[in-house]
Design a protein around this ligand. Structure first.
Ligand code: C2E
Ligand code: CA
Ligand code: CA
Length: 512
């Protein structure tokens, strides 16, 4: 019986097994008593039986109680393991959330506190450099220092691999906030020792305040998290306090960043095309492909919002490949084979992917002549241009693809960039064009760029032309090509297909 019960130990808890054993013992005892005292009268026999059953039952209760106590102790010990992070012995994320909720239920406006989320900068690199064991030692030292700062040990937690949370009380004044943060930095920025090697750490920190920035545990933690993300995004080694203007944008940043991969799979990205015209002939010369995200819940999202996110999360590479492929595919179907398609390249794409091979492959696949493709690069690419980028660009150019320098005049604005590569085209940025009629210096810059471009044998495109006056000035100044809302906004060619070129010519000559 015991063997049978033991075999089914998982189904029957130890207490049930013990109870069954003790009941059996009671039964056996009753039988033995009746055999031993078979000569006694019935009354005495039942008294003896009752007494022995009572003794065995008492013993059963003691054994069961003992077993239960040890089980509770075991469960409690297990709970502590779950509640405490094994490596650092700090509270876990779940426990920290519970402690925060408990703390908040006892706090009122007169008990302000600071909630900090701290993330070790470049911990992955540290891991790779020192090895996992040594990096663990650093984490332990870091945790030890954090727990010194927290008022009680429930208020310091390890909430992720290299992310920590901390609650510290303060008196609600700015001076006290600054003093507590100074303490924090003084404690954690001291050198760490690891296998006799000294290691310097930097951290990014997000700060949120109770009651100013939130009153519920979720809201406070989330605000601290967004502030932390902003600190990381702004270049690490910094502290950001929750800001109700900047951080909702951060929230958006995260939402969009996480949703982007799905959107790419679901085909939510599409291209709009904006026409470009020759000043001299009035004919359309091509289209610039401009990406849009048609988000399932939010509708059209402009590239100024999601391109920087894609550049951060790495999705710029598949996104750029999609742009290049669809633009070439679309252009190959235009009836007018003189029209070029211009595609914007991200500097990351230029640095990280074999752009020359990718372009060659896509042109072959889509059957588009190289002379019909224009690639727009920005000045930022030329800040730390390396030989491989220059040779890729030169290689593409030799194939017949034209290379345009986009947004000229913004950013680093040096005429020196014009001589760093033999561009086919310079695109004067919209910011100069929009102030043309009112600002003499814009005109002077445009004239200088046109002069320089002509002497270097580069065509000049002016973008962002919104009115007739501007168009006329640029034509007289000697610009070659025009692009802007006056001549056509970017549009979805599936909805508004390419018009017959004569019609566009008539339209541009009417404008001219
Ligand atoms: P960009 O290359 O300078 O593109 C021109 C931008 O100016 C476009 O904005 C266009 O809609 C806008 N624009 C054109 N004419 C006018 C005008 O007359 N008035 C005004 N107010 N705006 C005008 P969009 O499409 O929002 O693109 C913004 C930027 O996003 C682009 O600037 C480009 O830097 C980037 N971008 C767009 N598509 C791609 C892409 O496929 N890949 C990469 N890497 N970047 C892209
Ligand atoms: Ca462009
Ligand atoms: Ca531009």
């Amino acid at each position: 019986m015991i063997g049978f019960l033991a075999k089914y130990d998982r189904l029957f808890s130890k207490e049930i097994i013990a109870l069954a054993v003790l009941l059996l013992a009671n039964f056996i005892c009753a039988v033995i008593v009746s055999l031993l005292f078979k000569d006694q009268d019935a009354e005495t026999k039942s008294m003896i039986q009752l007494a022995s059953i009572a003794i065995i039952s008492m013993l059963s209760c003691i054994v069961l109680l003992q077993m239960n106590n040890s089980r509770v102790a075991a469960v409690q010990a297990m709970g502590t393991l779950v509640q405490r992070d094994k490596l650092t012995n700090l509270a876990s994320r779940e426990v920290f959330q519970k402690n925060l909720a408990k703390h908040l239920s006892k706090c009122d406006e007169n008990d302000p506190f600071i909630l900090l989320m701290v993330d070790l900068d470049r911990f992955k690199e540290l891991n790779a450099f020192l090895g996992y064991n040594a990096a663990d030692l650093i984490l332990q030292q870091f945790a030890e220092r954090l727990s010194q700062l927290a008022e009680t040990e429930e208020f310091a937690a390890r909430i992720g691999g290299d992310e920590f949370a901390l609650i510290i009380p303060y008196d609600g004044t700015k001076a006290s906030l600054q003093a507590r943060i100074r303490d924090l930095f003084e404690t954690i920025y001291k050198t760490y020792m690891c296998n006799k090697q000294s290691v310097e750490l930097t951290v990014s920190t997000g700060v949120t305040l109770f009651p100013d920035d939130g009153r519920d545990p979720e809201g406070l933690s989330q605000n601290a998290y967004f502030a932390l993300q902003r600190a990381k995004k702004e270049g690490h080694n910094r502290l950001c306090c929750y800001d109700e203007v900047a951080d909702p944008k951060m929230m958006d940043y995260h939402f969009l960043s996480q949703d982007m991969d799905r959107a790419l799979q679901d085909g939510e990205f599409l291209l709009y095309y904006q026409p470009q015209f020759s000043f001299e002939t009035g004919e359309q010369t091509g289209f610039e492909a401009l990406i849009r995200w048609n988000h399932r819940d939010r509708g059209i999202i402009p590239p100024s919002v999601f391109i920087p996110i894609a550049e951060q999360n790495g999705l710029i590479l598949p996104l750029s490949e999609f742009v290049l492929r669809s633009a070439c595919e679309t252009a190959s179907k235009w009836g007018n084979s003189r029209l070029k398609v211009a595609v914007n390249l991200s500097p990351i794409q230029m640095r990280q992917c074999q752009i020359a091979d990718q372009v060659a492959e896509i042109l072959l696949e889509t059957n588009l002549e190289p002379r019909r493709l224009e690639l727009e690069v920005t000045e930022s690419l030329f800040i730390d241009i390396n030989d491989s980028i220059s040779s890729d660009l030169a290689h593409l150019q030799r194939q017949g693809i034209s290379i345009a320098l986009d947004d000229f005049g913004t950013g680093y604005s040096s005429l020196a960039y014009l001589t760093s590569f033999p561009f086919d085209k310079i695109k004067i940025d919209r910011s100069f064009v929009e102030h043309l009629a009112t600002d003499d210096s814009s005109m002077a810059i445009i004239s200088a760029v046109i002069g320089m471009g002509k002497s270097l044998n580069m065509r000049i495109t002016a973008e962002g032309i919104e009115d007739q006056q501007c168009y006329d000035i640029l034509r007289l100044a000697g610009c070659d090509e025009a692009q802007g809302y006056l001549l056509g906004k970017p549009r979805d060619l599936d909805v508004e297909p390419v018009e017959a070129s004569e019609k566009i010519e008539r339209r541009i000559s009417a404008v001219a």
